[in-house]
Design a protein around this ligand. Structure first.
Ligand SMILES: [Zn+2]
Ligand SMILES: [Zn+2]
Length: 557
């Protein structure tokens, strides 16, 4: 294949570092007809007459579309910052601009980069953060890599490009680029993504910061799910919103660099950076404290929670109770042993569960394995179910929302997804009730830790036991990752779950990862619900969306 290696020459030249000027590149007009006979034009007049264009200085305007695109121009050529859907290109010709020399991207998300093909054909060069080079040039590999599909605990936004996009220049913190009449300085500003940069454009006596999606408007941010960031180590998959301080630190860097104007990728042009950032910090802090105060993680990792905030504390802590003697707990599984020695198993995340059941069968403590119930789709609850079903031949029962995922995991992209395809022998509906041995069972859709999650009420031996999957611990709600789709609002998500517990009034609640049952009182449930309602109100201020779920749920609405 040596003869084809010439195509390599089109790839990135040497990475530009401090003060590197762009070399001349192949340039073709973006427009193919009539342009050699253009009438005289005026940038200022064109920009003023087009409501989608905002002039920031004589040589810089912003195209206000779904994405804000900076248009830095000299004579007949332009350098763009971001690209969006490419609609900006249609505004260039009336402004007398014939060529796009370059497009700089603050980060790899497809809402800005996806239409890059429209400028590549005309010879423009593309610039991007060095830290995100692979997410541009090897986007196809990202999607093909099973590590980005299965058992993915560290789940961050997946607005990764669907097709690779070549990058000709990459930038690191401190790089500068002279593009007369401007000088552009690159600042590393992580937060929205780990590798995001800001382009500080010095032009016409101003310093204008193209800051990606760190901020949307004064005191507002586009969405929170991009701020998902693990705490590292064992807790690397938790971390809802935990990049919020990084966002503020990055914005403060931009403020310290004396930017006079912020141009976010989405949102409004901000002319009072300090005021806008101050308000954003205050609101992010308020929402985060509210979030921490209902977190299930206080039960598992109290020190970690205290590290997140010295002032936050749980609003309610339910007391724990002794485990009834007909129940067993192993790994993430709970087991109910009936009077005649039959077993109901909840979840099977590992071989150890199978081995435990085999031991009980061998010792005679268990006479038969009757049924396996699935609480939710997470891999640590379902990985070994196919093996369990083959070994014990018992039927698998799941609530509809859970069955949809586990029976066809290849159709989903979710956190902690298992490639194990589970045959669900019986799909039950919300509220469906049946008898198993001396117990009455009722299935519920229970959209707590995940939207694809169920609850099971077990009544027997004079007790009402509620198996909540991973959704609650004694300290509250396990909404650790937006990609689990924890919808907010009256009657949805955790609010729905808490209302259900208020109606059912179980004597004990069981979590798959907690060895002991616990009993949330009505006062605990009310405190969690009220805190959630307050979170919804806070999010309406923090997010630009009328429905705050658009800012916390990454699924397309
Ligand atoms: Zn983005
Ligand atoms: Zn789980």
């Amino acid at each position: 294949m040596l003869g084809l290696s010439g195509t390599k020459n089109l790839k990135r030249p040497q990475i530009a570092r401090r003060d590197a000027a762009p070399t001349a590149t192949r340039r073709n007009s973006l427009f193919t007809t009539g342009l050699t006979h253009l009438p005289p034009f005026s940038y200022d007049k064109t920009v003023m007459n087009n409501p989608s264009l905002t002039s920031l200085s004589h040589h810089l305007f912003v195209h206000r579309g779904a994405v804000n695109v900076g248009v830095l121009h000299r004579g007949e050529e332009a350098l763009l910052i971001e690209l969006g859907d490419g609609a900006v290109l249609d505004t260039l010709e009336p402004a007398g601009i014939r060529w796009v020399d370059a497009v700089l991207f603050t980060h790899h998300h497809r809402d800005s980069v996806g239409s890059a093909g429209r400028v590549l054909g005309s010879g423009a060069w593309l610039g991007a953060p060095e830290a995100e080079r692979a997410l541009f040039e090897e986007a196809d590999r990202y999607w093909q890599d099973p590590r980005n599909r299965w058992h993915m605990y560290h789940f961050r936004p997946h607005s990764v490009l669907t097709e690779p996009v070549p990058v000709h220049r990459t930038f690191v913190d401190g790089d500068t680029l002279r593009w007369a009449p401007a000088r552009i300085t690159v600042l590393s500003t992580p937060g929205h993504t780990d590798g995001s940069v800001t382009y500080l454009v010095d032009v016409d006596g101003q310093r204008i910061a193209f800051c990606g999606d760190l901020i949307y408007d004064e005191g507002q941010i586009l969405e929170l799910y991009s701020l998902q960031k693990g705490f590292g180590g064992l807790t690397d998959y938790h971390g809802f919103m935990s990049a919020w301080r990084e966002v503020i630190a990055s914005l403060r860097r931009i403020q310290s660099a004396s930017a006079t104007v912020l141009v976010p990728t989405h949102g409004n042009i901000i002319r009072d950076p300090k005021g806008a950032i101050d308000l954003l910090e205050q609101r992010l802090h308020e929402v985060y404290e509210n979030y921490l105060s209902t977190s299930a993680l206080w039960y598992y990792f109290p020190d970690l929670m205290r590290q997140q905030s010295p002032t936050a504390q749980p609003v309610a802590v339910a007391s724990t109770l002794p485990t009834p003697d007909f129940l067993r707990h192993e790994g993430t599984s709970w087991f109910i042993l009936s009077e005649n020695g039959h077993l109901l198993v909840m979840d099977c995340g590992s071989k150890e569960v199978i081995q435990q059941v085999e031991k009980w069968l061998a010792s005679g403590e268990v006479k038969a394995v009757d049924v396996l119930w699935i609480t939710h789709y997470h891999d640590d609850h379902v990985d070994a179910i196919p093996e369990f079903r083959a070994r014990f031949g018992c039927p698998v029962i799941a609530e509809r929302s859970v069955a949809e995922v586990v029976s066809n995991p290849f159709a989903w992209r979710l956190p902690c997804l298992s490639p194990s395809v589970v045959t669900v022998d019986r799909v039950v509906q919300h509220g469906e009730q049946w008898q198993w041995q001396e117990f009455t069972l009722t299935a519920y859709h229970f959209p707590g830790q995940s939207l694809y999650h169920s609850g099971l009420l077990v009544e027997g031996h004079g007790l009402r036991l509620f198996f909540c999957g991973d959704s609650f611990t004694p300290t509250g709600l396990d909404d650790y990752c937006a990609f689990n789709r924890n919808l907010l609002g009256e009657g949805v998500g955790y609010d729905f779950c808490i209302q259900l517990l208020e109606q059912i009034q179980p004597d004990m609640v069981f979590n798959c990862h907690v060895d002991e049952p616990f009993h949330p009182f009505p006062t605990h449930l009310r405190a969690w619900r009220e805190t959630l309602a307050k979170r919804g109100a806070l999010l309406k201020q923090l997010l630009p969306w009328q429905n705050p779920n658009k800012g916390v749920d990454p699924a397309p609405w």
